[in-house]
Design a protein around this ligand. Structure first.
Ligand code: AMP
Length: 192
């Protein structure tokens, strides 16, 4: 199974690049942010819980995220997918450890972690631009955006080191045209 983690700060292009990768490699997309937004739209208990944190630009607690992703993976494995692309997950070391355990148990390990590297000013610019059209509340307020970047730097960035130690991390320049970045990602995957 080709299991990929697409890693990077908010606004680094994970969602955009996932779309192309899913098509090219026939992967199952698992975006925890998208799942939470859909739960919020359906006003489920999980959605209402997640919303409290998302509205403030904070990470949703690990136990909530890990429990949710576990059941999504189980449902997909039953459908015999070719591989997963994790987008926006794992975002903390405990999430990465839990994912490793889960995938080891199923004997479907993560093959590669692709980290999109983008400067902070470019991130804020992109997110504010996205906020004007995406309808995402957390993209419309500069303070919330900066808080999300703070969460990323303190809790999520160490996850890169976690996978680097396992020799699974590949850093890819996340600035340039969508096609250029896509080509770099495909090159990294194809050289596996
Ligand atoms: P995203 O769409 O990936 O930018 O996620 C939007 C928001 O959902 C984040 O700012 C977090 O509040 C929450 N979220 C998404 N994925 C996770 C995760 N893996 N761990 C904790 N919170 C998450």
């Amino acid at each position: 199974m080709l299991n990929i983690i697409l890693f990077g700060p908010p606004g680094s292009g994970k969602g955009t690049q996932s779309e192309g990768l899913i098509k090219k490699y026939a992967l199952q997309h698992l975006s925890t942010g998208d799942i939470f937004r859909s739960e919020i739209a359906n006003q489920t208990a999980l959605g209402l819980e997640a919303k409290k944190f998302m509205d403030k630009g904070l990470l949703v607690p690990d136990e909530v995220v890990i429990g949710m992703i576990g059941s999504k993976i189980d449902a997909c494995v039953e459908q015999e997918v070719k591989g997963f692309i994790f987008d926006g997950f794992p975002r903390t070391i405990p999430q990465a450890e839990a994912l490793d355990k889960l995938m080891a148990f199923k004997n479907i390990p993560i093959k590669i972690v692709l980290s999109l590297e983008v400067s902070e000013e470019e991130l804020v610019k992109r997110l504010l631009g996205r906020g004007a059209t995406s309808g995402r509340a957390d993209d419309q307020n500069e303070e919330i955006i900066r808080q999300r970047v703070v969460e990323y730097r303190s809790k999520t960035e160490p996850v890169a080191g976690f996978y680097d130690k396992q020799h699974k991390l590949t850093r890819v320049k996340g600035e340039g045209s969508v096609d250029e970045i896509f080509a770099s990602l495909c090159h990294a995957i194809d050289s596996l």
